[in-house]
Design a binder for this molecule. Structure first.
Ligand code: DAH
Length: 344
């Protein structure tokens, strides 16, 4: 049987013991265990207080107060210890973490898209020949995409089938030729420009058709520009780009904004004109349409066709990239497929 003073002593002893034990605790798990053993439902304080039943009401009250006080004090000590251990844990974790911002990456992440790679390459070749790079809007007015380029009002290319129209009556440019007259309005001849850019067609997609693709328009305006200049510039560009001598030929082609208009073919680079699968055994590969700028287009750009002449060409940039890397499906470009992109 316990009496008042022995219970009081037990409580005081417990306080002392627990404070000693707390000093030794190194982990949160052990702290939790000690807490359960001391302040928990089946803990030591509860154990001690079981003997209250043997005491007088006054003694009970006093011990009760002492016990509550002790609980408060110990709870506080546990809280402080917990804080201390948590801090220690964070410190340890941080000290193990190491981040060297200057360390070279093991694997190259992020790269230039194959379309951009070739665009930059083509730009460099033309810059070396004295061309400047121009840009134009992708959301365009009918007059720059069609009207000023000598398209008649009933030209089939204006058909809703081919062109994306906005509700406000703008369109998404269907070709980079839309920048021709814009350039003429800004630049004074003579000038030589290229315009790489994104174009849009409202059409079914398949391996060689995409509703969004890339073209590179070229234009030179000067005095007495002839087809010979066009052929020379094209041959120089193509030989530099493909790093071998390239034989070209012109066939007649119709485009409203050039007269005469041509389709420029290159002799097949795979079989040197002998005939193979790539050129479908014809020895030639159709590469780009071009021509001498139609006088009506020069006029639309406020350039006097009696004084100035020029040539223009429209290169399929997407197509060029496909040829360079033997890519079989144009839809890969905008697929966002990492496995495709990682090859370049
Ligand atoms: N803009 C034409 C198209 O996308 C291509 C073209 C043909 C551009 C003849 C030209 C050119 O500059 O002279 O189909």
């Amino acid at each position: 049987m316990q009496n008042y003073s022995s219970i009081k002593e037990s409580l005081q002893l417990l306080e002392k013991q627990v404070n000693e034990q707390l000093k030794e605790v190194q982990t949160l798990e052990i702290l939790k265990e000690l807490y359960q053993n001391t302040l928990g439902k089946k803990g030591k304080i509860t154990e001690i207080l079981k003997h209250l039943k043997d005491l007088s009401p006054e003694e009970k009250k006093e011990i009760g107060m002492l016990a509550n006080e002790l609980k408060d004090i110990l709870s506080q000590s546990f809280k402080e210890k917990q804080k201390e251990l948590e801090q220690k844990q964070i410190q340890e974790k941080l000290s193990k973490e190491f981040f060297d911002i200057l360390r070279p990456l093991r694997k190259r992440v992020g790269r230039i898209h194959p379309l951009s790679q070739i665009q930059y390459e083509v730009e460099d070749i033309f810059i070396n020949m004295g061309f400047q790079i121009m840009d134009g809007p992708e959301v365009e007015l009918d007059e720059y995409n069609f009207g000023k380029l000598n398209f008649t009002d009933d030209h089939p290319a204006r058909d809703m089938q081919d062109t994306f129209w906005t509700e406000e009556g703008f369109l998404l440019r269907t070709h980079t030729s839309s920048v021709q007259v814009r350039a003429m309005e800004i630049l004074k001849p003579p000038f030589k420009i290229i315009v790489p850019g994104r174009v849009f067609r409202y059409e079914e997609t398949d391996a060689s058709h995409e509703n969004t693709f890339y073209q590179l328009e070229g234009m030179m305006v000067d005095k007495n520009v002839s087809t010979a200049h066009l052929i020379y510039i094209m041959k120089t560009f193509l030989s530099t780009f493909f790093e071998k001598d390239v034989t070209v030929r012109l066939r007649p082609g119709y485009f409203p904004f050039v007269e005469p208009g041509f389709e420029l073919d290159i002799q097949c680079l795979i079989c040197a004109g002998k005939g193979c699968q790539v050129c479908k055994y014809s020895g030639w590969v159709e590469l780009l349409p071009c021509g001498l700028i139609h006088p009506n287009v020069l006029k639309a750009g406020n350039i006097d066709p009696e004084k100035w002449t020029g040539f223009a060409f429209g290169m399929g940039l997407s197509r060029l990239v496909m040829m360079r890397h033997s890519i079989e499906d144009i839809r890969h470009f905008l697929s966002g497929n990492i496995r495709f992109l990682e090859q370049f």
